[in-house]
Write a protein that binds this ligand. Structure first.
Ligand code: ATP
Ligand code: MG
Length: 316
């Protein structure tokens, strides 16, 4: 019965040594699952091993990958444990099903001054509240790519919900990322920090700005989308693994292809459209009012509500 070494990594496959594994990884083929769905010709082409050996490796990869089935009922039980962070506005909470959820990615997109960053500040404070007050008693990893984090704002918002603002600031782990590499590496190395600091919310403000400024021109678009795709995939993995919430902001551009209606479209194209669990579109209205549209949610209907951005944070 005793089998040889269990196959867990791609280099455990027959005929695939370290060099071949490295080659595969550089083509983004980094798991047994990915090899299991390749054809022998495809694998042979990217790895340089013979078609015959590729066949064997794929066979073993298929035998070594399992698919976990679960019933709708047990999945439903798990969903009951999903945490929700209050946004500060009852209307907005209701619209999105109770608050910003753990185990998923919430994206806010909109023009400048539409309130994306302010909503992030509010969530960074509220996640620290006790559960019965709309929080998760958890801490925050705040990745700032635009240099717009303002501790003063955190202080005012904390005071308004009766939290000790110095403690609140202590519980926000702040990273100023100046390149996509720094942004990506912060997440790659986040496991230990998340566990040690009880991180329950990761904020990236903004998710796309560095990608947008570093990858310019048509030729770079494919690479940008591929990197962004891996990055958001990593976010979702962390959200699931540690039952934490992810809030990302995103810029918009005017899409000249849209002739009727609102031409404002979020950056990131399909990659983000598919990755974000909940998408919010923020627009300025009169004075402190902001219109928030729920564009995409796995279980709530599309809707719109109005919030206020005040010195004390987000209000109805
Ligand atoms: P950008 O795309 O430029 O990052 P954004 O969507 O992140 O924009 P925010 O920074 O969230 O925009 O919103 C800025 C707006 O928030 C300001 O224009 C102002 O109306 C409001 N605001 C900021 N600070 C305060 C405050 N202390 N009191 C009241 N309103 C404030
Ligand atoms: Mg901002």
């Amino acid at each position: 019965m005793a089998k040889e070494k269990a196959v867990k990594e791609i280099e455990d496959l027959p005929g695939i040594g370290e060099t071949t594994a490295a080659k595969l990884r550089s083509s983004n083929i980094d798991s047994l699952e990915k090899i299991a769905v390749l054809s022998p010709h495809e694998l042979s082409e990217v790895s340089g091993i013979s078609v015959e050996n590729a066949k064997k490796a794929i066979q073993v990869a298929r035998e070594s990958t399992t698919i976990e089935y679960e019933t709708g009922e047990s999945f439903y039980e798990k969903r009951k444990n999903i945490g929700k962070i209050s946004t500060g506005s009852k209307d907005l909470n209701e619209m999105i099903g109770g608050g910003v959820e753990t185990n998923g990615i919430t994206e806010a997109y909109g023009k400048f001054s539409s309130g994306k960053t302010q909503l992030g500040f509010q969530l960074a404070v509220n996640v620290q509240l006790p559960v019965n007050k709309g929080g998760l008693e958890g801490n925050v990893l705040f990745i700032d790519t635009e240099g717009t984090f303002r501790p003063e704002r955190i202080k005012s918002i904390s005071d308004a919900v009766n939290l000790d603002s110095n403690k609140v600031l202590e519980n926000i782990i702040y990273v100023r990322a100046k390149s996509t590499e720094q942004q990506i590496l912060t997440l790659e190395r986040a496991d230990k920090l998340i566990q040690e600091k009880n991180i329950k919310l990761i904020i990236i403000d903004s998710l796309t700005s560095l990608f947008r400024s570093e990858f310019i021109g048509r030729g770079a678009l494919g690479e940008r989308q591929q990197k962004l795709n891996q990055h958001v995939h990593r976010l979702q993995t962390l959200a699931d693994k540690y039952s934490l919430a992810v809030y990302v902001t995103n810029q918009v551009m005017d899409n000249p292809g849209i002739l009727f209606g609102d031409p404002t479209t979020p950056i990131g194209g399909n990659v983000l459209a598919h990755a974000a669990t909940t998408r919010l579109y923020l627009r300025k209205s009169k004075e402190e009012r902001r219109i928030i549209k729920l564009v995409d949610s796995p279980y709530m209907p599309e809707g719109e509500c109005v919030i206020k951005i005040t010195n004390n944070g987000v209000k109805d």
